[in-house]
Design a protein around this ligand. Sequence first.
Ligand code: 8YV
Length: 313
Amino acid sequence: MPQIPVLADNLPPLFLDLLGSDYEILPWEVSSQSTSLRRAEAIITYGHPKVDGPLLDRAPNVRVVSNHGVGVDHIDVAAANSRNIPVGNTPGCLDGSTADLTFALILATARNVVIGDHFARSAEFTVYEPSLLIGKEVNGATLGIVGLGRIGKQVAKRARAFDMRVLYHNRHRDLAAESEYATEYRNLDDLLAESDFIALNCPLTVETTNLISTAQFAMMKRSAILINMARGGVVDTDALYEALSTGRICGAGIDVTQPEPLPRNHPLLRLQNLVITPHLGSASDRTRRRMIELTIENLRAGLAGQPLLNRVI
Ligand code: 8YV
């Protein structure tokens, strides 16, 4: 059987192992002269390489785009659908892992874990001093979740174990989730005003781009801590810098940025009241394996002309 040519970028050894020998992996070369694109029968997006209409026009044989991950803001899904190319993603398997990291950032930011780690290793730590690095208490505080989808619900579940009061904002109220996760619906402004911690767990869409900007920071408590596990584009980066550097809010924990990564000399990276991780939401061993498996299942189904396990519409 000849190998099926698949365009993909930088797949790790585990991905290549699980793919097996049925596929020829073509390098991510997408210029107008690209032979990879002309030959490819499928595309795997690993990381967030851009796939748009013009790229698909240069790839006449592609039958499926299989995305490793849930967020598909780097793929023009409408352009793919209009060319009858299904786009698959991997929802479900990364909710727990991403919710875990949401909590890691809540705790790290509130309780000075990173700054405390640096201090505890430094030459300055010579005497224990009880008034050192007093943080914000997480248990018993109010958490506002923006985006009570699969991941948001897992965050709500963890928050209950921390005895937190949980508010949420969604495009639509979700009465079933309100009773299952003991959450209370708020419009966005009220959620921002009432919450001690605000966790962004929504997708990046036209509606959520720069959802949190200067006006929204102005509504938050001065003691508030913002957590962004969604996409960098949900928060206006300049407004975030302004809010953190002027003390408009107390702190932020962010896993994603706009742009990503930030330029290495970006002033946000010098702020002590920011904890930042390099887009690690789903980066845990079991989850990553399952994401790869689902990406391959979608790929196989698409190539066979069968319905994808998870198709993005
Ligand atoms: C992945 C993600 O890191 O699922 C998502 O939307 O952002 C992450 O889980 C990413 O998609 C890697 O390909």
